[in-house]
Design a protein around this ligand. Structure first.
Ligand SMILES: NC(=O)c1ccc[n+]([C@@H]2O[C@H](COP(=O)([O-])OP(=O)(O)OC[C@H]3O[C@@H](n4cnc5c(N)ncnc54)[C@H](OP(=O)(O)O)[C@@H]3O)[C@@H](O)[C@H]2O)c1
Length: 253
């Protein structure tokens, strides 16, 4: 069985470990033995647990799951050179990783919030020799997609990383609109959830414009609602949101 070593025992490490536990031997490295035990208790398998001080990463497949601000501190506690370092750290460049933690190869992964329910949209970039392994690892927590550059992963982060927040705004606003017209709040929320679940399936195999055409009949209710969205500039606002988030990602990295 292949082995992966998590550095960090937080939310993202646990989400990924849950996806990998049946196919990989799991090792987790942290600074608090009780938290490492809690990590194991949240899984269905027995794992290796180790404290970070002086931990030897030589020839290991490491998945770095700490906060970006912790990288330098972590680096002082590790020894050896990893086989490959996968990093899920938002905005932490390959250059920064290379200068901080020794490894023969580096891959950046950008999962999103849905990793916690095994449905992340994860983008990846880095050493092309690890493309297939990276896709296999991160497919365990949802969809994974390889990109050719860090620029593209920053744009993709503005789309898939921040996307749950944008869709949450749409979800809440649509339910609010229904409440405004007289629907009970509980009913509006239940219907909105069903809408998003069904839409999530439909969009997998259909272009958005064709979905819209399929539901918009001449002079009908959808056409009236759709025109109201266009009048308020929702399309342009969505494009501006991606531009603003990408700009911020560049500033931060
Ligand atoms: N959550 C998401 O949806 C999401 C999405 C994309 C990317 N990410 C990235 O994932 C990374 C982790 O996020 P998270 O949500 O998993 O955060 P988290 O739950 O706060 O976990 C951070 C982990 O880092 C550990 N840590 C910090 N300093 C340490 C040190 N000096 N030695 C050992 N361990 C140390 C913490 O240990 P303790 O438990 O001992 O404090 C904790 O286990 C972040 O870089 C974030 O950018 C997260």
């Amino acid at each position: 069985m292949k082995k992966v070593t998590f550095i960090g025992n937080g939310n993202m490490a646990l989400s990924i470990a849950k996806g990998l536990q049946n196919e990989y031997a799991i090792e987790v490295v942290g600074r608090d033995i009780q938290k490492l035990q809690n990590f194991e208790n949240s899984l269905n398998v027995t794992i290796s647990k180790a404290l970070i001080d002086n931990f030897d990463i030589t020839d290991k497949t490491v998945i770095l799951c700490v906060k970006p601000a912790n990288v330098e501190e972590i680096a002082t506690k590790l020894k050896g050179e990893a086989k490959v370092l996968y990093s899920v750290l938002a905005g932490t460049t390959l250059k920064k990783l290379t200068s901080s933690i020794p490894s023969k190869a580096y891959v950046r992964a950008m999962p999103n919030l849905a990793a916690s329910v095994g449905a992340s949209m994860t983008t990846l970039t880095g050493d092309i020799a690890y493309k297939e392994e990276a896709l296999a690892l991160f497919s365990a927590i949802g969809k994974a997609h390889w990109l050719g550059s860090e620029k593209e992963i920053d744009i993709a982060t503005a789309l898939a990383g921040s996307g749950p927040a944008y869709l949450a705004l749409m979800a809440e606003a649509l339910a609010d609109g229904a409440v405004k017209e007289g629907l009970k709040r509980d009913d509006a929320m239940e219907i909105m959830r069903g809408l998003f679940k069904g839409f999530g399936e439909l969009i997998q195999n259909e272009h958005p414009a064709l979905l819209k055409d399929g539901v918009m009949s001449p002079g009908g209710t959808t056409a009236a609602g759709y025109a109201a969205l266009e009048e308020k500039g929702v399309r342009g606002a969505c494009m501006d949101a991606i531009e603003a988030a990408y700009k911020k990602a560049k500033e931060l990295s």
